[in-house]
Design a protein around this ligand. Structure first.
Ligand code: SF4
Length: 377
């Protein structure tokens, strides 16, 4: 397949791995921010190709995984109303709320529909003027332009029975929160290429300088990730902390300005709770006052509702790179994709689900060391 196979070439991957090994003189911890990168790393065994002293930590870049439980509760409450058609991307339907998920609401008779675009939900609103149509607007900067467009078009066309339940999060404030944390282990980042396709990477420059951490904008195929790791390790070994762009076939420094302008018109930056992490200042998007009439939380009087996270799930530690999925006592036993306790076991891009699907625990050398230790105990 054009533009895929050439980025999955095994011989080239092994060459990159050898090049990384040649320049590595000491241990480094590098976090891939995006869940899509995590999935590729686990699926293709990219971490197994790297020198043992390089550890890849799996970051908070899966929007489904970081959507707080109270937003899921709000979604289930809205979707349970008989006057509502509730629309969502499919991967949000199985994310557990406090008592149930959207699938359970659908099974109980709620009108919950999977759509592929917020504009599909807007069309449903036009076609069903007697019903309220609500779209669950989840995602990073990547999906914000399409969601902004749906709200903008609804206002332009005077569609009054359409609203959005917004759970948008922003990557740079999350990176800063990780770096400021006392238990931070991350020494370098692979930033998410698709987010930077929209937002560019100028925002990362002051973060790299302030925290003395290299940030490499990286794609999602195996060779992209290996090249991103190479560029990151080279900076670390040379004592540099800069923003570099591996994903040049898609990302420009300034990003997509028209998309940014639309997002800035429809949304404003707000504090946002991240599942398992807590509130991060200025880390999300909410509707701008001019578009408040399209805010589902206000329309259904749910803005004040709050809920606590499940205490057994340690996904917050997984998303901050402090723990790996297999270090959770519930992994693969009480928590599986069929019966997930946390959102990182639900989404394909969640680190727990990726480890489960590809039967991963630690890296092979870590498992061997653990087995040896156990045999001596
Ligand atoms: S395995 Fe399940 S309970 Fe454990 S951190 Fe992952 S999602 Fe949470």
């Amino acid at each position: 397949m054009k533009f895929v196979n050439e980025y999955r070439d095994r011989a080239a991957a092994e060459e990159y791995a050898s090049a990384i090994a040649r320049i590595t003189t000491r241990p480094w911890m590098i976090m891939e921010v995006c869940g899509g990168q995590t999935y590729a790393i686990v699926k293709f065994g990219i971490d197994e190709l790297l020198p043992q002293c390089i550890t890849l930590l799996h970051g908070p870049g899966c929007p489904v995984c970081v959507t707080p439980v109270e937003l899921v509760d709000k979604a289930t409450q809205i979707a349970s109303r008989p006057d509502v058609i509730f629309c969502s991307f499919g991967d949000m339907l199985r994310v557990p709320g406090t008592e149930r998920d959207l699938f359970a609401v659908k099974a109980a008779g709620g009108d919950v529909r999977t759509v592929y675009s917020p504009l599909d939900a807007l069309k449903l609103a036009r076609d069903n003027p007697a019903r309220q149509v609500v779209f669950f607007a989840v995602g990073f900067e990547t999906t914000a332009p399409a969601n902004a467009m749906a709200v903008y078009q609804a206002k332009q066309a005077g569609v009054r029975n359409f609203s959005v339940l917004v759970s948008h999060v922003l990557v740079p404030p999350a990176i800063e929160a990780l770096l400021s944390s006392p238990d931070n282990r991350v020494q370098g980042f692979l930033a998410a290429g698709h987010v930077c396709t929209v937002m560019g990477y100028e925002e990362y420059v002051p973060i790299a300088a302030k925290y003395r951490v290299p940030i490499v904008v990286t794609g999602f195929e195996p060779l992209d990730i290996l090249q991103g790791v190479y560029m990151c390790v080279r900076q670390l070994e040379e004592g540099r902390a800069e923003v570099e762009n591996q994903y040049t076939r898609s990302v420009r420094r300034e990003g997509n300005r028209p998309a940014q302008q639309l997002v800035a018109q429809v949304f404003r930056v707000v504090p946002r709770k991240w599942r398992g992490v807590g509130e991060i200042p200025q880390s999300g998007l909410g509707l701008a006052p001019e578009y408040a009439a399209y805010d589902a939380e206000l329309r259904f009087d749910l803005a004040a509702y709050t809920a606590e996270e499940d205490s057994e799930c340690i996904s917050g530690l997984v998303l901050r790179g402090v723990k790996k999925p297999h270090e959770c006592s519930a992994f693969g036993t009480r928590c599986t994709p069929e019966h997930p306790l946390g959102a990182t076991m639900v989404s394909n891009e969640g680190a727990c689900a990726a480890y489960y699907h590809y039967r991963r625990r630690g890296r092979k050398h870590e498992d061997a060391a653990a087995a040896k230790e156990a045999s001596h105990a």
